[in-house]
Write a protein that binds this ligand. Structure first.
Ligand SMILES: NC(=O)c1ccc[n+]([C@@H]2O[C@H](COP(=O)([O-])OP(=O)(O)OC[C@H]3O[C@@H](n4cnc5c(N)ncnc54)[C@H](O)[C@@H]3O)[C@@H](O)[C@H]2O)c1
Length: 394
């Protein structure tokens, strides 16, 4: 069980936090306390304009290499380049096709080649401008080129702002499964400009919201209740609600990463919903048929239902999770997976390829209640099979 995070702003009445954020005077800064690898996550509206100043302050004299994807590049590459140029930071860029398929060995090679061809040196900085795909790919390239370059995350999706840009997990996919080739490589700064979310397609926003809910479910029942009460504001684009949710999420992730950078302990709680979720993503061919966050929403619903079935969690909590995720339009039943799923055997096979499997035993993140997840290693596959069979027949 994870201990309750120490909180500042989210422990205050929401109105106080929101009035500060409504004025939008100061960005919120969360720190990932990792000794000499510590870094800030800066959250606020309009922060992209300050990118050059922030990079120059951290890396005087560095030049930057921006890695982005085609969609994000079209929308915000020139703004990022101007922000860097305005502070005297020269920049090159490399763009990859949008989507999960860019987390590939072929794209890893292409980006590494581009960085080397652009003469990016050890003193320079890579800027990952995009969602989780760009962040994971650019971060892994930064970990590898010249045995390690510094990089800055500029996350442009909700999922990336609350999760993938923080914590230093970088990876690409192998034909054997997702995120199987990668490295732990911490960024030196995360700049989360919430204005960048304005252009995000609603379906992508909703998928990212699943990761926000995850923090409430795994470690903060009060935050989950806040989300139940405020999700309409979040989806309507209310600045104060969005920044509050992003800041609370980042703070929780920062605290967990600082306690367990390499996932030997409770960082695994961040995988709530992932063993089920990755199997559904694989079943959908890692395609836009089922987005990562959508798969995680379904996975979290199942993790709570499984917890209830095993007697760990109250049924009422599982119902509440399902109700909230369903209310915002996220998938909560296996039948919601477009194109269908391969049946119990097929799903268990897909789970067994997930990296949260040790010596053939399945590790699940289960819950005692909303806000209290725990790692259940060595789960009996027969119990998983029985649960899936039950869910598939309903
Ligand atoms: N490293 C980690 O700790 C970690 C954690 C969670 C997820 N992930 C990874 O993150 C990936 C998913 O990330 P994602 O959901 O951000 O997907 P993504 O990066 O594919 O972005 C989703 C889509 O939105 C577009 N887009 C991005 N920002 C936009 C903007 N501001 N306006 C308009 N369009 C925009 C992209 O071009 C893409 O088409 C998965 O590969 C997952 O494995 C990594």
């Amino acid at each position: 069980m994870m201990s309750a995070p120490t909180r500042t702003s989210e422990a205050k009445p929401a109105s106080k936090t929101e009035s500060k954020l409504d004025r939008n005077a100061e960005p919120v800064t969360e720190r990932v306390a990792l000794g000499e690898r510590a870094y800030d996550i800066v959250i606020g509206r309009g922060l992209l304009a300050s990118l050059g100043r922030r990079v120059a302050a951290l890396k005087p004299g560095a030049k930057a290499a921006i890695v982005t994807d085609a969609n994000v590049g079209r929308l915000m590459l020139s703004v990022a380049e101007q922000a860097l140029a305005g502070a005297g930071v020269g920049a090159t860029h490399v763009s990859v096709p949008a989507g999960e398929s860019s987390k590939s060995i072929a794209m890893f090679e292409r980006v590494c080649d581009a960085l080397i061809a652009a003469r990016v040196e050890r003193g320079d900085v890579v800027v990952a401008l995009g969602g989780g795909v760009v962040g994971d790919l650019a971060g892994f390239c930064a970990a590898a080129v010249r045995r390690g370059l510094d990089y800055v995350q500029v996350p442009t999706t909700l999922l990336a702002q609350v999760d993938s840009s923080v914590g230093g997990k970088t990876a690409i996919n192998s034909r054997h499964g997702k995120n199987l080739i990668g490295a732990f490589h911490q960024p030196i700064l995360v700049v989360a400009d919430t204005a960048l979310l304005d252009s995000l397609p609603p379906r992508e926003f909703r998928a990212g919201y699943a990761e926000v809910v995850k923090y409430g479910l795994l470690g903060d029942a009060g935050f989950f209740a806040w989300l139940e009460a405020n999700s309409d504001d979040l989806f309507a684009g209310r600045v104060a609600a969005r920044e509050h949710a992003i800041a609370v999420s980042c703070r929780m992730k920062a605290e967990i990463v600082a306690r367990d950078e390499r996932e030997t302990g409770d960082r695994a709680l961040l995988n709530l919903g992932h063993t089920f979720g990755h199997a559904f993503e694989a079943a959908a061919g890692f395609s836009s048929r089922l987005l990562h966050g959508e798969a995680i929403a379904l996975g979290m619903t199942l993790a709570f239902e499984f917890s209830a079935r095993l007697g760990f969690a109250p049924e009422a909590d599982a119902d509440r999770v399902k109700r909230h995720l369903g209310k915002v339009g996220l998938p909560t039943h296996i039948s919601h997976v477009p194109g269908g799923v391969p049946g119990v055997d097929g799903l268990v096979d897909l789970m067994a390829q997930d990296k949260k499997v040790r010596r053939g035993r399945l590790t699940f993140i289960l819950a005692h209640r909303i806000g209290e997840a725990f790692v259940a290693p060595d789960l009996d596959v027969a119990q998983v099979r029985a649960f899936l069979a039950h869910k598939l027949e309903r």
